[in-house]
Design a protein around this ligand. Structure first.
Ligand SMILES: CC(C)=CCC/C(C)=C/CC/C(C)=C/CC/C(C)=C/COP(=O)(O)OP(=O)(O)O
Ligand SMILES: O=P(O)(O)OC[C@@H](O)CO
Ligand SMILES: [Mg+2]
Length: 235
């Protein structure tokens, strides 16, 4: 089963999934074995690999090392087309639909085509929606876009429904890495009630209780970055 099938089946059956985010730029190759051993001993369904800014070749170096130490699937979560590598199972082809920057709406995707046409990576069309987490995150800085305020549920849900109608296969509600405030359960639930594609939620989620709350609100997949990096969760 490919990764989109896993997400769609989980959504249909009401199963809840968890992914950890590994940022290649913040990870030393020597740290990968112990990171993977923590992943292998925790209820982790996927490894997301990516960052807003990553040095050339670092994604590939870390991906190769991860594949030596775990059989958990790697899903690329690229901030830029130059982060692509074949040492993974799938790529989230992000489309930053909350913002007005053409670079992240179409130009990056066009630049990725020479690589993707020669690659066997599963491509997952992802409507990427920045929701205000009370922090100016790297993604906001890099993309020079603004996040949608959490109070503006109508704008958030309309953006997500537009994404679905335009053909996105999943939606990613993002408060940003290290966000003070994760995406609220009412926001997740409003989106859940408006679309029928799987919802991924990430940014600022630091406890098992919060993971459960966001799952219960309708997310199929919850992404944990900073809390896993700091080894503050799944112990
Ligand atoms: C088309 C291809 C191949 C890529 C998509 C390019 C797009 C549209 C990217 C969306 C905008 C973007 C920069 C997303 C990055 C998301 C991401 C991997 C965030 C992870 O967190 P960091 O922003 O690295 O957090 P830290 O600052 O804590 O490291
Ligand atoms: O580092 P955290 O805050 O867990 O965020 C994870 C992820 O959603 C960022 O893209
Ligand atoms: Mg980063």
């Amino acid at each position: 089963m490919n990764i989109l099938n896993i997400l769609e089946t989980a959504k249909k059956k009401g199963q809840k999934l968890i992914s950890v985010l590994i940022d290649p730029d913040k990870t030393l190759v020597e740290e990968v074995p112990s990171i993977c051993s923590r992943i292998n001993n925790a209820p982790i369904d996927f490894i997301f690999l990516g960052g807003s800014t990553v040095n050339k070749d670092k994604t590939e170096i870390i991906a190769k090392e991860i594949q030596k130490h775990t059989s958990v699937s790697i899903v690329l979560f690229p901030g830029d087309y130059t982060h692509l590598t074949n040492y993974a199972n799938a790529v989230l082809l992000l489309n930053l639909i909350s913002g007005n920057n053409p670079e992240y709406l179409i130009n990056q995707q066009v630049k990725a085509i020479p690589f993707l046409q020669k690659s066997n990576l599963e491509i997952i069309s992802t409507g990427y929606v920045l929701v205000d987490g009370e922090t100016t995150t790297s993604t906001i800085k890099v993309t020079q876009t603004t996040a949608i305020p959490q109070q503006d549920k109508e704008k958030i849900t309309h953006t997500c429904v537009a994404g679905q109608y335009m053909g996105q296969h999943v939606l990613y509600l993002e408060a940003g890495s290290g966000a003070t405030q994760p995406v609220g359960k009412d926001v997740v639930n409003a989106v859940f009630n408006s679309v029928n594609i799987p919802i991924i939620v990430g940014g600022g989620i630091r406890s098992l209780k919060k993971i459960t709350e966001i799952h219960m609100a309708g997310a199929t997949l919850v992404v944990i970055g900073t809390a896993f990096e700091k080894n503050n969760i799944f112990k």
